[in-house]
Design a protein around this ligand. Structure first.
Ligand code: HEC
Ligand SMILES: [Cu+2]
Length: 486
């Protein structure tokens, strides 16, 4: 009897321990493996999108939601540096593109719209997407169209997005990249100021500082020979009145990305030490960092407390890029000085640092001036050249040399010179299907160009009178005739 009782007791204890152990284990499992794919959605909201250097409101403790993102692609001329412009291709009208802020478990419904005035098809590859092409295959969209796809954010972190339409390098080089942040459950720790900065390298026909509208240079891009290396799409985007700001005693967080297409950034803030760096934008946090390496197509989250007032210079510490190619920004901190932390000048010396201003390149080229009025042949060619550099050069390249296997040449093109009405038809109506130009096969798509008859006549006259072509003069009425024949 006694023995039996003891046995029962023992059995009871064993069972209890087993139950406790099991429940404890399953609880542990739940905490460690809350599968983001199973996080329930709680309502719908429109995503706030911001242009750099600003970021949307933190997610805080909001539940996962269906998050609507509407992104518009705009191809538009913008300033690269004083006196120099560039035809940027943008997500949302800025370089880098609009900042997207989500939390883990959100169901993002993404609509990509390609403005009807644009010349090219585009798409988007978001590194935060788990799926083929990061969304690229589902978002390929022609001018005047839009595409919608959706994805669930499974991994917290800071991710790059970019266009992935061929030639991919060229779309990225023209500014088609940005950042998407996926915050963890409960959000990132609170800070006082947050900013959005993204580095990019640019390749132009003219050297750094050459005036006027500068075309993309494919050869320099392939050679990784950048004319400009900049933060937020242009020289001076974060200097002078555009500097980012904070007050003494505040914590500052920077979301820093690198669009590339080629160069790795050695991101550094002169006079500050990063208290925390989310290495490569992931969960790993390194502390007390001077310079963090940000690969092309990668990102980092850095934060630091500003203890003393002054201007802190943001650079790519591959330092010629900062002082000679544009990768230089400013953080202006205002507030009371603390002489124990930083004394200021105690004694004059003769050390002469390079200083925080950009060195100007000499202006030795003059701008071409196009006069208005009745058009002579020279005027037609001048106007055609302008149209060519804003419309056709993106694909056919500045000297009409094209890109092998993608865009046929217009220079010394047997196809072009053989039939002027066919050429007019291609510009007016677009062209797809196999063609052979100078012995090479092309089978691609040229989108229909939205130009007036006069513009078509001018641009083709320019093309025919350049690069060894047969000097045909195309008139407006000839273009009208081809148009009415359709
Ligand atoms: C979106 C890129 C793109 C733009 C912009 C573009 N083209 Fe094209 N173009 C092409 C492609 C691709 C082909 C070949 C189409 C095919 O394979 O059927 C082509 C073919 C041609 C051809 C016939 C082939 C040849 O080499 O002679 C001419 C002429 C031409 N384009 C002129 C122009 C002119 C003029 C402009 C500017 C008004 C222009 N294109 C803008 C991509 C483009
Ligand atoms: Cu693109």
């Amino acid at each position: 009897m006694k023995l039996l009782k003891l046995n029962v007791k023992l059995l009871g204890i064993v069972a209890l321990v087993a139950i406790l152990f099991a429940s404890c284990k399953s609880e542990e499992k739940e905490v460690a493996k809350k599968d983001p794919a199973t996080i329930a959605l709680n309502g719908t909201m429109n995503a706030e999108l911001t242009a750099p250097p600003f970021v949307p409101e933190p997610v805080g403790d909001r539940p996962a939601k269906k998050l609507i993102v509407d992104m518009e692609i705009l191809e538009q001329e913008g300033t690269m540096t004083d006196g120099t412009t560039y035809m940027y291709w943008t997500f949302g009208g800025s370089v880098p593109g609009s900042f997207i802020r989500t939390r883990v478990g959100d169901q993002v419904e993404f609509t990509l719209s390609n403005h009807p005035d644009n010349k090219l098809p585009h798409n988007i590859d978001l590194h935060a997407v788990t799926g083929p092409g990061g969304g690229a295959t589902s978002s390929f969209v022609a001018p005047g169209h839009s595409k919608t796809f959706s994805f669930k954010t499974l991994n917290p972190g800071l991710y790059v997005y970019h266009c992935a339409t061929a030639p991919v390098g060229m779309h990225i080089a023209n500014g088609m990249y940005g950042l998407i942040l996926v915050e963890p459950e409960g959000g990132l720790p609170k800070v006082d100021k947050e900013y959005y900065i993204m580095q990019g390298d640019f390749y132009t026909k003219g050297e750094n500082g050459a005036p006027g509208l500068q075309a993309f240079d494919m050869k320099k891009a392939v050679d990784e020979d950048a004319d400009y290396v900049v933060f937020n799409g242009k020289v001076g985007s974060l200097t002078g009145d555009n500097a980012i700001t904070a007050n003494v005693g505040e914590t500052v967080r920077l979301y820093v990305g690198n669009g590339g297409p080629n160069l790795t950034s050695s991101f550094h803030v002169i006079g500050e030490i990063f208290d925390n760096v989310h290495v490569e934008g992931g969960d790993l946090i390194n502390t007390n960092v001077q310079t963090t390496s940000i690969p092309a197509g990668g990102a980092a989250i850095v934060d630091f407390k500003v203890d003393v007032p002054g201007t802190f210079i943001l650079v790519d510490h591959a330092i010629f890029r900062a002082f000679n190619k544009g990768a230089l920004g400013m953080l202006k901190v205002s507030g009371e000085e603390d002489k124990t932390l930083y004394s200021g000048v105690k004694q004059e010396g003769i050390y002469n640092p390079e200083g925080g201003t950009l060195q100007e390149m000499p202006d030795d080229e003059t701008k071409e001036v196009v006069s208005k009025g009745e058009k002579s042949l020279a005027e037609k060619i001048a106007s055609g050249k302008n149209l060519y550099t804003t419309t056709c050069f993106a694909c056919h390249q500045a000297n009409g040399e094209g890109i092998p296997n993608a865009f046929p040449p217009l220079a010394k093109s047997d196809y072009l010179n053989a039939d002027v009405n066919r050429a007019i038809d291609i510009v007016v109506n677009g062209k797809t299907g196999e063609i052979i130009v100078n012995g090479d096969k092309y089978n691609s798509v040229m989108t229909k160009q939205t130009l007036s008859s006069e513009e078509v006549a001018d641009v083709l006259t320019y093309v025919y009178n350049s690069w060894g072509n047969n000097k045909t003069i195309v008139t407006t009425s000839q273009v009208d005739q081809v148009k009415s024949g359709h």
